[in-house]
Design a protein around this ligand. Structure first.
Ligand code: IPM
Ligand code: MN
Length: 353
């Protein structure tokens, strides 16, 4: 419990975003009264509809408005009615960059063996966290076309990596591994054998920072091998640190082995600033408005947000309620197959708080 009133900006967004956010807000209200904390929310309507009506994704004034909040709770961005990339870059990536949310934290945790596609893997085998760098690498948007639309066209896409950017990410990962206090093992996931500029700097930085954390074991895995081990030996991992692009890819694989997009949550974190929490699954257009999408990823994102706001007990209790609902009630974690509707799953979590 804290005295502070948490100011939460809510961007429900596109597709099933609003449906899952609604369930998250239901759980938030229940948790606030149970754990006695106060909060205010304000809904922002950024997304496809707003863009189609106004031609704007996110303006400087919008960013200024968001700066008045302690945190951001995001549903999903992206819709078939808008050309791919416009909303993703204009809203989601813009927010990550504007608020310098340099960590993308993605826990990969299996709650129930029934929902794991890997044979013989149980919850104790799949419990690790990916720390993805979130503001640099290939996502920086650096590059150019040469000889555009001619037979000799060249497209150059640059991976931009700064010592500072890498170091703050790696340092966060070491601190996180220490605090997590499980295997105390941090794996650097990269591609030192091919990307010899970027990954040489990552490797050197990792080795330098590691000296300050003698209590943490370290190892290194190439990104392709990491994919292999996620499937073969997920129990080897504790915390993994990687760049933006590799982190994007391996966390989708991670989401699958933890039971799918219905349960996978993430945090875009600026440890010194405004963070943003989201289910990582996207807007799922084909399930929109049907009350069938799984809201648990959004509810897990809410728990991560509360943890980040210092409401540790509420966060823990929400996660425990989610685990109970997953284990005792749900037939599946997939949209339309849960045995319950979206709003019923939200109610079940509230009942189990
Ligand atoms: C994610 C998403 C985004 C990313 C897209 C929507 C821009 O896939 O959060 O992982 O690539 O980071
Ligand atoms: Mn992704």
């Amino acid at each position: 419990m804290s005295e502070k009133i948490h100011k939460i900006a809510v961007i429900a967004g596109d597709g099933t975003g609003p449906e899952v956010i609604q369930e998250g807000l239901k759980v938030l209200a229940a948790a606030a009264s149970k754990f006695n904390f106060q909060y205010q929310t304000e809904i922002f309507d950024f997304g496809a509809q707003h863009y189609l009506q106004t031609g704007q994704t996110l303006t400087t004034e919008d960013l200024e408005a968001l700066r008045r909040f302690d945190t951001i709770y995001l549903g999903a961005i992206g819709a078939p009615s808008v050309k791919p990339g416009i909303l993703e870059q204009g809203i989601l990536l813009k927010l990550r960059f504007a608020f310098d949310q340099y960590i993308n934290l993605r826990p990969v945790k299996l709650y129930d063996q029934r929902f794991c596609p890997l044979r013989d893997k149980a919850p104790e085998d799949i419990d690790f966290v990916v720390v993805r760098e979130n503001t640099e690498g290939l996502y920086k948007g650096m590059g150019e076309f040469q000889n555009k639309e001619t037979p000799s066209e060249v497209a150059i896409q640059v991976s931009y990596n700064t010592r500072k950017g890498i170091e703050r990410c790696i340092r966060y990962a070491f601190e996180y591994t220490r605090k997590r206090n499980k295997k105390k093992n941090l794996t650097l996931c990269g591609k030192t054998n091919v990307l010899t500029y970027a990954w040489d700097l990552w490797r050197r930085t990792f080795e330098d920072v590691a000296k300050e954390y003698p209590d943490i074991q370290t190892d290194y895995a190439h990104v392709d091998a990491t994919c292999m081990w996620f499937v073969r030996h997920p129990e080897w991992f504790d915390v993994i640190v990687t760049d933006n692009m590799f982190g994007d890819i391996i966390t989708d694989l991670g989401a699958m082995i933890q039971g799918g997009m219905g349960i996978a949550a993430g945090g875009n974190i600026n440890p010194e600033g405004i963070s943003m929490f989201e289910p990582i699954g996207g807007s799922a257009p084909k399930y929109t408005g049907k009350n069938v999408i799984n809201p648990l990823a959004a509810i897990c994102a809410l728990a991560m947000m509360l943890e980040n706001l210092g409401e540790t007990q509420a966060a823990k209790t929400i996660e425990e309620a989610v685990i109970k609902v997953v284990k005792e009630r749900l037939k599946s974690l997939a949209a339309g197959k849960m045995g319950y509707s979206t709003s019923e799953v939200g109610d079940l979590v509230v009942d189990n708080l």
